[in-house]
Design a protein around this ligand. Structure first.
Ligand SMILES: C[S@@+](CC[C@H](N)C(=O)[O-])C[C@H]1O[C@@H](n2cnc3c(N)ncnc32)[C@H](O)[C@@H]1O
Length: 342
């Protein structure tokens, strides 16, 4: 049941990184990304997918500026191989004004440095004493790992559950909702279209390895490349509708939601309805690829249903922005902000 205030309005509740993490993976569970076992031994790869349009500048200058403050809980719907998830995490880190160097220096935690990032000198703690593979194949997390009789992953890494830094910005959760199964284009065209083949994940054991590629990429971005704090990205392996209903049941209200899923007509409208309803008052819901038929049509229907601009009880703003404001040919993103007093 959604928590509401005395006027029946949705109460915004922003969960912490480990609140979300532990709800999904179990209380006190090892940090899911730091302990990812990479069972298919995939090499991280951020170079192939050409369709990720979210830039740090767009996120900061358009989304955070519209929100008017540092976000508290970010949700991404459609993460693919992790490009935009890492962009979101890096952008959040860049919002800190605090000189947080030294936060961990006095702590007992091995393997994390003052930026909340892994410390190479202590890397034996996380990778079982072996050096990361930095060959052309890419860097892999190559810990010695075993599954015990209870089906639990055991290694030196899986005990690893570092505490987030006190600087809030470095631990704003970024919940990534995706079934990681591949979209229509991938399944229909991967065999015949070399450009799709180039960036689509391989199929093995009767399924796409897209989730594994996402995990390998994000783990590498955090652990090996130290691009972002480890206390943002949390994968939720579910469809957009399950994810939105889960947020509703938890009474968690994201204040930023990036909708970048299948862009199918009808499905997008359902996503808009579900995510708009869990969006915190004053929150920003935005999405990629406005010019896609399904996206544009469903956004128009959504505005019609909600009497855009006419219903004083249901107010939101809507606008379009170029992914790169200096390039008039760049992709159009749509940005919607719910009224603060919704
Ligand atoms: C365009 S990609 C996302 C790209 C990513 N945001 C980026 O910029 O790097 C679309 C993603 O939507 C996901 N997707 C497809 N159907 C979905 C659904 N029903 N719910 C959630 N995600 C879905 C796909 O698995 C795919 O990863």
């Amino acid at each position: 049941m959604t928590k509401t205030d005395e006027y029946g309005r949705r109460k915004a509740y922003f969960p912490s990184f480990y609140e979300v993490h532990d709800k999904l993976y179990g209380d006190e569970s090892p940090h899911v990304l730091l302990n990812y076992s990479n069972p298919y031994d995939l090499s991280p790869n951020f170079d192939r997918f050409p369709h990720s349009n979210l830039s740090p500048d767009f996120f900061i200058d358009t989304i955070v500026t519209t929100l008017g403050r540092v976000p508290n809980f970010v949700v991404e719907v459609g993460s693919f191989q992790g490009h935009s998830a890492v962009t979101l995490a890096r952008s959040l880190d860049s919002l800190t004004n605090t000189d947080h160097l030294g936060i961990y220096r006095e702590s007992e935690i091995d393997g994390i440095n003052g930026d909340g990032m892994f410390d190479d000198e202590n890397s034996t703690e996380r990778d079982g004493g072996e050096q990361a593979d930095n060959s052309e194949e890419g860097e892999k997390s190559n810990a010695e790992q075993k599954i015990d009789e209870n089906g639990i992953l055991s290694s030196s890494k899986n005990k690893f559950r570092p505490e987030p830094p006190s600087d809030h910005v470095l631990s704003v959760p970024v919940l990534c909702i995706d079934p990681w199964v591949g979209d229509t284009n991938i399944w229909a065209n991967r065999a015949s279209d070399p450009s799709v083949q180039y960036w689509a994940s391989r199929v093995q054991d009767g399924r796409s390895l897209l989730f594994d590629q996402y995990m390998a990429n994000v783990q590498s971005a955090i652990v090996d490349q130290k691009l972002a704090s480890p206390f943002h990205i949390i994968p939720l392996h579910a469809t957009s509708t399950v994810g939105a209903r889960f947020l509703d049941q938890m009474s968690w209200s994201p204040d930023v939601i990036f909708l970048d899923s299948a862009h199918e007509e009808g499905e997008t409208l359902l996503e808009l309805e579900l995510y708009y309803s869990v969006l915190a008052p004053g929150g920003v819901l935005f999405g990629d690829d406005y010019t896609w038929h399904g996206v544009r049509k469903d956004l128009m229907k959504f505005m019609e249903i909600h009497n855009y601009g006419k219903d004083p009880n249901d107010m939101f703003t809507f606008r379009l922005e170029r992914a790169d404001p200096n390039n008039k040919y760049s992709v159009l993103l749509w940005v919607l902000q719910k009224a603060k007093y919704y």
